[in-house]
Design a protein around this ligand. Sequence first.
Ligand code: PMP
Length: 285
Amino acid sequence: RIVYLNGEYLPEDKAKVSIFDRGFVMGDAVYEVTAVVGRKLLDFAGHEARLTRSLGEIGIENPFAEGELLAIHRELLARNDIEDGGIYLQVSRGNPGDRDFVFPDPAVVKPTVVLYTQSKPGVLQSESALHGVRVISVPELRWHRRDIKTVQLLYPSMAKMMAKKAHVDDAWFVEDGFVTEGSSNNVYIVKDGVIITRPLSTDILHGITRAALLRYVAETQIAVEERPFTIAEAQAADESFLTSASSFVTPVVEVDGVAVGTGKPGPIAQRLREIYIEEALKAGI
Ligand code: PMP
């Protein structure tokens, strides 16, 4: 694989980052994942805009000139001949040369920029899309700025491991009795034909797939109610689903051991997956 590191395209084993890099030592970095389907980038502008916002929120200078990020994405896709999959991008505050809690002077220490491709042939035809996923709830123990897409993914990884141990696919975080989001996705229930999902705040990541899907749904007759919901409501819902750049729209068929609706992917979730994929591919670049 050819990867990108600080302006260079390198074989992956030649791409080296300092042991003092703040991304490594402090988790002081933000990231994005953009899906690639049929050689097209989905929702690229959304991911670029959220990256800019994440960088701004933690005070890392945006290292990209206008148009540069898209050019790097395209170059990596071409060099690695990626048809389906994604591109991972990470920007850390860089290498101050030693360990220090205080941020280095941005005039001296420049961000570390890493991008690499992930090939997933036939990414649209997944088992989880076909059969839906099963989830458990776990306590929400992340920090309170979940709107910033940082690489601090220890607890989400632990949540995934709890799910794995419970022989299910994923975990939903619950705070003050309400679901915030999934370990790496935004979550929804459908009751009496209405889509219910938590409103945007610092409590959740502002999913790019969520934003795109809600834009497309606004063109249909399907109603959306943005409000928090409980695990009991999810278990009593007609349908449930989740969204993320890597899973698009994926049905959720079981929550904490209780089947949602029929226990099979619901018609609205399936239709929304089709709408999202069709529209996102049409808008893809
Ligand atoms: N919430 C969390 C916690 C996530 O990690 C992700 C995936 N990055 C999402 C939501 C979905 O965001 P997006 O649709 O932009 O991939």
